[in-house]
Design a protein around this ligand. Structure first.
Ligand code: ATP
Length: 229
């Protein structure tokens, strides 16, 4: 039931200036659950992330964290209470090395290197010289050491090589294992569907269907993207 939700958007209306983009979005994520928010370009997925993270105010509706109304909380307060937006949530310092970046968050990068050998190999390299995927692993590294309560990942696989996407999704799987509530936003469904426990389809600023991953088949996927359902 919805009452198990750790994080919840309730009938959220939001937009930019006079333009309404979200027209009553309902969405909830439980601890240790991955919800994939899927939908075509322009459906409002990024706007949903911005509202969830506190980067964009709502014009109606509520955002709830563990039952508390956090609608009025700015992004930094939500982050402090464990609602993290990735990858933009915590940018890297491009001119600092991987090691120096990690040391701005952690006294001992050792556990990160153990878990992400790819970063260990690049420890002396300026973060700005990493591939997009490696930069994203670097931004996720602190979450592995101190998991957030809610992680909102906006298009984490966008433009990345399949191998590093697989690695990023392994990090998500580990965070789920550790009880994080994960909202995974993707335009392309494939990787997200493999990980998701529940799926929400978005179209024209609304969630048009949500349910268990097991109930999503090709017919439902096609319908969702074509706007039939
Ligand atoms: P995409 O994958 O293209 O980012 P999306 O589902 O994430 O799609 P949004 O980025 O949330 O969709 O965009 C939804 C609508 O809001 C689009 O019509 C877009 O043009 C509009 N929009 C997004 N950002 C802004 C902005 N800063 N100012 C005005 N309109 C915006």
């Amino acid at each position: 039931p919805e009452s198990d939700a750790l994080f919840r958007l309730e009938n959220v209306v939001a937009g930019y200036g006079d333009v309404t983009v979200l027209r009553g979005v309902d969405l909830s994520v439980r601890p240790g659950e991955v919800v994939a928010l899927l939908g075509a370009n322009g459906a409002g997925k990024s706007t949903t992330c911005a509202v969830a993270a506190g980067d964009l105010p709502v014009t109606a509706g509520r955002v709830l964290l563990d039952g508390a109304d956090v609608t009025a909380w700015p992004a930094h307060r939500r982050a402090r209470e464990g609602v993290l937006l990735a990858p933009e949530g915590r940018g890297v310092f491009p001119s600092l090395t991987v090691e120096e970046n990690l040391r701005t968050w952690l006294t001992d990068p050792g556990p990160v290197y153990e878990r992400l050998p790819q970063l260990a190999r690049r420890r002396g390299i300026a973060a700005g010289a990493l591939s997009g995927g490696e930069q994203q692993l670097l931004t996720l590294a602190p979450a592995l050491v101190r998991p957030p309560r809610v992680l909102i990942a906006d298009e984490p696989s966008l433009g990345l090589a399949p191998l590093v996407v697989a690695e990023i999704f392994e990090v998500f799987a580990e965070l789920r294992e550790r009880g994080v509530a994960l909202l995974l936003v993707e335009e392309k469904a494939t990787a997200a569907l493999e990980l998701a426990d529940r799926v929400a389809f978005m179209r024209l600023g609304r969630v048009t269907w949500s349910g268990p991953r097991a109930e999503v088949d090709d017919t439902r996927l096609t319908a969702a993207y074509l706007g039939v359902s």
